[in-house]
Write a protein that binds this ligand. Structure first.
Ligand SMILES: [Zn+2]
Ligand SMILES: [Zn+2]
Length: 279
């Protein structure tokens, strides 16, 4: 798949770049408790996935391989969507100070916008631990499918969700490779073919204020979601109902408010004179 020119569409206030204020990277450290949780999560996740594969193996052969391949591909597209959704959530809402989840899930995203190469210096557990942790409960649910009854729906259901979680597991690895200067040849080839997240494609997200191209598994859904203004619509709904300002914790209140006000003006010129209320 070749790279198409990217639509950079969103109307932004001219001076927004100069208003962006990131957190100090020195404060974005990873506490020892989080490291321990990440190690345990990786081990539990890989154990749970292996056991699921062991349970599925005798029954998968009874299903058409075309259906199995279609399920794996659909799970790959779904994983790209979920990667974008969680990335958008962590970039846009919440704070590093949120108890527990702030350090485990939000902190890596804040650090990544301040120092996008930091991910390339992280070990396997730091890159993939968060995704393993968030996948443990869904993985446990996947084991609830009655695979051993031989029912094709149960087998395919467990296979679909198990494969989806495996793609989620690989997502931050694909993301890390998109930032590496040196990587295995096969990885570069997969990126060129746009089978996994290509570096140039992902750089669209890293242009401040980081408002588009959130999907980081393969990035196939980035352009469609951007054209649909999917995440902007969600932000408007959440802001209207809660009063929260998107990206306030990531780029600072000043820039976040400037963007929210510009966004409101595109919706209604009457909103021009009404400043966005902050909470
Ligand atoms: Zn981001
Ligand atoms: Zn990145």
């Amino acid at each position: 798949m070749s790279e198409r020119p990217v639509n950079t569409g969103d109307p932004l206030p001219r001076n927004v770049a100069s208003q962006i204020a990131h957190r100090d990277v020195e404060t974005l450290t990873r506490p020892p408790l989080i490291q321990a949780i990440e190690i345990a999560s990786v081990l539990l996740f890989l154990g749970g996935e292996s056991y699921l594969a062991y349970r599925l193996w005798p029954y998968l052969g009874q299903t058409s391989w075309f259906v199995v391949a279609a399920a794996a591909l659909t799970a790959y597209v779904f994983a790209d969507f979920i990667s974008g959704f969680f990335h958008w959530m962590a970039d846009t809402w919440g704070s590093v100070e949120t108890p527990f989840a702030g350090k485990l899930f939000v902190r890596p995203f804040r650090e990544h916008h301040v120092d996008q190469k930091a991910i390339t210096r992280h070990g396997f557990v730091e890159v993939n631990g968060g995704n393993c942790a968030i996948s443990l409960v869904p993985l446990l649910s996947t084991h609830m499918f009655a695979i051993e009854t031989g029912d094709v729906t149960q087998t395919l259901g467990a296979f679909f969700f198990g494969t989806f979680l495996f793609w989620i597991f690989l997502t931050n690895q694909f993301h890390s490779w998109a930032h590496q200067d040196v990587r295995p040849r096969i990885v570069t080839w997969l990126q060129k073919m746009h089978v996994i997240l290509p570096p140039e494609h992902h750089q669209v997200h890293h242009a401040a204020p980081y408002m588009k191209y959130y999907c980081i598994t393969n990035g196939w859904l980035n352009e469609p979601l951007h054209r649909l203004r999917f995440f902007r619509a969600l932000e408007r709904i959440i802001s209207a109902t809660t009063g929260m300002i998107p990206r306030k914790d990531d780029i600072g209140e000043k820039a976040a408010v400037a963007i929210a006000e510009a966004d409101a003006r595109t919706l209604s010129p009457a909103a021009k004179e009404q400043p966005v209320r902050t909470r």
